[in-house]
Every structure is written in structure tokens, then in C-alpha cells.
Design a protein around this ligand. Structure first.
Ligand code: ZN
Length: 333
């Protein structure tokens, strides 16, 4: 090669020389309105209990959770996703507490409406937090797996309770076939045509859910969830099939879960689908970053922002993340 000044007209580095140039040319930006914050509510008053495997994530009673969400709204967060955490002695094989119209999830929704909380209220629809066996619905007679159709009927009852309590979106997470169609029809018949459905359409049987099961006390007491959640070894065709089925059945938004290890799936869905995509940065993704940061092995803030930017770049419109409160403070106002 010739000595400088040699002939090199194309120099991509020119556009990276300073922060102003880089900022102007960013193709993907993260903002507070991209984020959905998960909330774990439990019985009691004044309760705020840290989850062992998820530092800085708390199970809260309804009063504490409502105060916390009010603060997050002031910091610019737009949406929350609520999970109920039940005491073991209140669980049964059918997950009956999930169908109580005055349970903790419904009470938090009513509180947030009473306080005129400026946030979108989303509820997780599933039974694993409520069943004594920890599976996502009623079991078949032989106990080998979840009974799909019986569970779907109960999901509708759960959704109607949430809609009555003020949910803006319901989010079926159990990977039951036909759930979205049943929910859409049932909500419409009960005059809840404006309550939307965010379907956990593409949800893998993932090892990265471990810490969540601490947080929600929802670990399966036997076996695993591979007979309903998706096999990580299956590719984009199954993901597309699942998402398209849910869209045909009336899903307003579809989700990929987990997010970080499945960016390829997210990107492919983005290319093929026209509904908003949501990605769930799950508890294991949170715990890994948090653990490394606590050891001093990673710069937490930088790594968190990069992980979320990557999920957005892959195609997510909205991201559910336990880091949402941290990020609300990190992003420029
Ligand atoms: Zn479940």
C-alpha cells in the first residue's frame, strides 16, 4: 500500500469522530416509553421484600406497589405488567385464587385507577403463580400435562376479572392453544372490546426464567414446562406460526420471551409481521448482568443500556425489563 497521504477516499471512521456526529446518526434510540416494568404484588400492608436472586427487585403489597408505580410514572415510565404472588397455603390444584375478583392483582388495578395513575396497566394471565403444582393451568386426568381447553376457559374468567378491575391489556402467558381467540370473543361479549391482548406468543422453555420463579414463587413442583412452552432448538418457522395464529385470533401485540438469547427470532418476526412486537428481558438476563456488575466485572449502566438497545435494534417496539426503573434514571430527560 502507498505511503500516506495515500488514496483512501472512503473512511467510515469520519462519521464516528465525535459524540455529536454519532448521536445524530443513531438509528435506534431507547426511550422511557419503550419500557414496561414488571410488578410483583403480594398480600399484606407495608410489605416490601427483596427477591433473593434478583437484587433490587421486590415483592410488594398493593399499597407499597401503588406508591412505587406513582414514583415511576413521575420518572416517565408508561406501563406496568403485574404478577400476583400467593402464599403457599392459598394455592390449590386449580389455582382458584386467580379467579377471585378481589385478589391482589385486581386490587392493584383498582388502586391505580383510583389514583389516576398515568400508566398502561397490563396483567399476566396464567395460573402457575396460583396452583399448588406450579404448572400453568389445570392438569389432565393423568396429571401428565396441562389440560389446554379447560385452562383456556378459566383464563377467560381471569381476564374478565382483570378487565372489570381496569386492565388496559391482558397478557396470556401459558402458551395454551386457542387462548387468544377465546379471550377476544369473551371480552367482546362482555363489552370489553377496548381491552387489548398482548400475547406471549413465542415463549421458549428457557433456563433463564429461574430467578422469576423465586420472585413469583411459581416453580413447577414436578417435571417441567416443555409440553407447552417452545423448544429452543426449533427455529423461526414455529415462532412465525405461533405469532401468526395469535394475530389471526385477535392478538393486538405479540411477544418474544426471553429477549436477549432470541434476538434472531425477534428480528425475523419483525420482517414478517405488522403488529407491534414486545420482548421480555427475563429474570435470568437481569440476574446475569446484575451479578457481574456486583462483582465489579461489568459496568452495569453501560451493559444494561447496550442490552436493551440490542433488543430494540432486533425489532422490539416495547421491552419488559426489570431494569426499567434504573433506565428511567439513566436516560436524559
Ligand atoms: Zn404460567
Amino acid at each position: 500500500m502507498a505511503q500516506p497521504p495515500f488514496d483512501l477516499p472512503i473512511r467510515p471512521r469520519r462519521l464516528r469522530l465525535n459524540a455529536r456526529l454519532r448521536g445524530s446518526l443513531a438509528e435506534v434510540r431507547l426511550s422511557r416509553s419503550d419500557l414496561i416494568v414488571p410488578v410483583f404484588v403480594r398480600e399484606g400492608r407495608g410489605v416490601r421484600q427483596e427477591v433473593a436472586s434478583m437484587p433490587d427487585v421486590y415483592q410488594m403489597s398493593v399499597d407499597v406497589a401503588a406508591d412505587w408505580l406513582e414514583k415511576l410514572a413521575e420518572h416517565g415510565l408508561n406501563a406496568f405488567l403485574v404478577f400476583g404472588v400467593l402464599d403457599v397455603n392459598r394455592k390449590d390444584a386449580a389455582g382458584s385464587a386467580a379467579l377471585d375478583g378481589d385478589n391482589i392483582v385486581c386490587r392493584l388495578l383498582r388502586q391505580s385507577k383510583a389514583r389516576k395513575l398515568p400508566m398502561i396497566g397490563i396483567t399476566d394471565l396464567c395460573f402457575c403463580e396460583y396452583t399448588s403444582h406450579g404448572h400453568c393451568g389445570i392438569l389432565t386426568a393423568d396429571g401428565s400435562t396441562v389440560d389446554n381447553d379447560a385452562t383456556v376457559q378459566r383464563l377467560l374468567q381471569q381476564a374478565l376479572n382483570h378487565a372489570r378491575a381496569g386492565a388496559d391489556l391482558v397478557a396470556p402467558s401459558g402458551m395454551m392453544d386457542g387462548a387468544v381467540a377465546a379471550l377476544r370473543a369473551g371480552l367482546d361479549q362482555n363489552q370489553f372490546t377496548d381491552v387489548g391482548i398482548l400475547s406471549y406468543s413465542v415463549k421458549y422453555a428457557s433456563a433463564f426464567y429461574g430467578p422469576f420463579r423465586d420472585a413469583a414463587q411459581s416453580a413447577p413442583q414436578f417435571g417441567d414446562r416443555r409440553s407447552y412452552q417452545m423448544d429452543p432448538a426449533r427455529g423461526i418457522r414455529e415462532a412465525l406460526h405461533e405469532a401468526q395464529l395469535d394475530i389471526q385470533q385477535g392478538a393486538d401485540l405479540v411477544m418474544v420471551k426471553p429477549a436477549g438469547p432470541y434476538l434472531d427470532v425477534l428480528a425475523e418476526l419483525r420482517r414478517h409481521l405488522n403488529v407491534p412486537l414486545v420482548a421480555y428481558q427475563v429474570s435470568g438476563e437481569y440476574a446475569m448482568l446484575e451479578a457481574a456488575a456486583r462483582q465489579g466485572w461489568l459496568d452495569r449502566d453501560a451493559a444494561v443500556l447496550e442490552s436493551l438497545l440490542a433488543i430494540k435494534r432486533a425489532g422490539a417496539d416495547l421491552i419488559i425489563s426489570y431494569f426499567a426503573p434504573l433506565v428511567a434514571n439513566l436516560l436524559p430527560r
